[in-house]
Design a protein around this ligand. Structure first.
Ligand code: SF4
Ligand code: SF4
Length: 375
């Protein structure tokens, strides 16, 4: 069996649903697009991923000859109703950049170790443009919503690639949009109009981006009030432009077994508990699913405060009032916003009571604006 066939069969054996291979050439179209839109992507361009360097794989690994790209279908099991609309499916599936000690993080490690056993040198920390790589290998097509689609899985896929120093047999590209003519359901459904034209997303307007990239160390911690109001109950990710997509309906409607771990998480997951989490809740209900981007509890609390505000249910006022005592000013500020969003006399009373003792100018300002909202 050829080296290429051995690699492909092993990848399929360990659970990838598709695998393709391309030469380790550069991706000038990707680098040009990032540079054209550098204002939108400044947070990414300066990140440790070094996407512009990765667009030239040879600059990071001079021995690079081939890129092996894989598709993992993360929607093989059901996602509980209780978590839907709050946590994106890819995060519920615990496959996005999973650590090596978790099952979905062990899979790429297994493939790397197999490649090394076959005598390949494998690149580390090369953050390739995964969708473009997979499209060039013919294993996905694009959706106008910017997601990659694989046959049989829709867009509920996670792509991982591996750069190696061996020349292999290469696949044929499918760098094309696979959407039905005239469809723009994703663009119409996006609450913030983040998809401003087919295949073009402004991350700063995307709810998913706002749930996890708005951190001091990445893009600043502020979420604009206009975006907050459109986030609904989403606390980590957003699936709307995938949920409405006709290319995903077969997968969404398919009968799949329950994920027993998620069933347990869903039993005691709540936004109020996320707003004021105990150490145990954080360790067992937040961290196992939402480990990817956020390292500090306060950002989860902020997102829960926004979600509770958007729910508009006065029974959540006590939880938001409790969060107004949190040591983190970010949490107090967004709890104030949540109270203002729910509105009414009780929320107003709490905000008026808190403004007197508040020491942070930023929180005071948020309280003042929230008081205006309560009217
Ligand atoms: S993930 Fe949500 S906010 Fe972002 S583009 Fe899709 S629908 Fe819009
Ligand atoms: S909703 Fe329509 S346009 Fe958008 S990705 Fe799906 S098929 Fe393509």
């Amino acid at each position: 069996m050829s080296l290429t066939s051995q690699i492909k069969e092993f990848a399929l054996d360990i659970g990838y649903s598709k695998v393709g291979i391309i030469p380790a050439d550069s991706f000038p179209e990707y680098a040009a697009d990032l540079q054209r839109r550098q204002e939108m992507y400044s947070f990414y361009l300066k990140s440790p991923s070094r996407p512009l360097a990765a667009a030239e794989p040879l600059s990071l690994m001079p021995e690079a000859r081939s890129i092996i790209t894989t598709v993992y279908d993360y929607a093989q099991k059901n996602f509980p109703q209780e978590l839907s609309g709050k946590i994106g499916r890819i995060y519920q599936a615990r496959c996005y950049d999973a650590p090596p000690e978790r099952i979905n993080g062990a899979r790429p490690e297994l493939l790397k170790s197999f490649l090394r056993k076959l005598g390949c040198q494998v690149g580390e920390k090369i953050s390739l443009p995964e969708r473009l790589v997979a499209a060039k290998a013919g294993i996905v097509t694009y959706g106008r919503n910017n997601f990659a689609y694989a046959e049989g899985s829709g867009s509920f896929i996670y792509l991982t690639s591996f750069v190696v120093d061996k020349e292999l047999e290469y696949d044929q590209p499918s760098v094309e949009v696979g959407c039905p003519e005239g469809c723009s359901a994703c663009m119409k459904a996006c609450p913030t109009k983040a998809i401003y034209e087919p295949l073009k997303l402004d991350p700063r307007r995307c709810i998913a981006f706002n749930t996890f990239m708005t951190q001091e160390r990445i893009a600043g911690s502020r979420i604009e009030p206009e975006i907050r109001a459109k986030m609904g109950t989403k606390v980590h990710g957003c699936d709307i432009c995938q949920e409405v997509c006709p290319r995903n309906q077969a997968k969404l409607k398919s009968r799949r077994p329950d994920d027993e771990f998620l069933v347990k998480v869903a039993q005691d997951f709540s936004l109020t508990r996320m707003l004021n989490p105990t150490e145990e809740f954080y360790a067992t209900r937040i961290q196992p699913l939402m480990y990817n981007y956020i390292r500090e509890k306060k950002y989860f609390q902020r997102n829960a405060a926004i979600a509770l505000g958007n729910l508009g249910d006065p029974t959540n006022i006590p939880a938001l009032a409790l969060a107004m005592n949190d040591p983190e000013e970010l949490v107090r500020a967004y709890a104030a916003w949540g109270l203002g969003k729910i509105g009414g006399g009780k929320a107003q009373q709490i905000l008026e009571g808190k403004i007197k003792g508040e020491t942070s100018a930023a929180v005071k300002q948020e309280i003042r604006e929230s008081l205006l909202a309560t009217g």
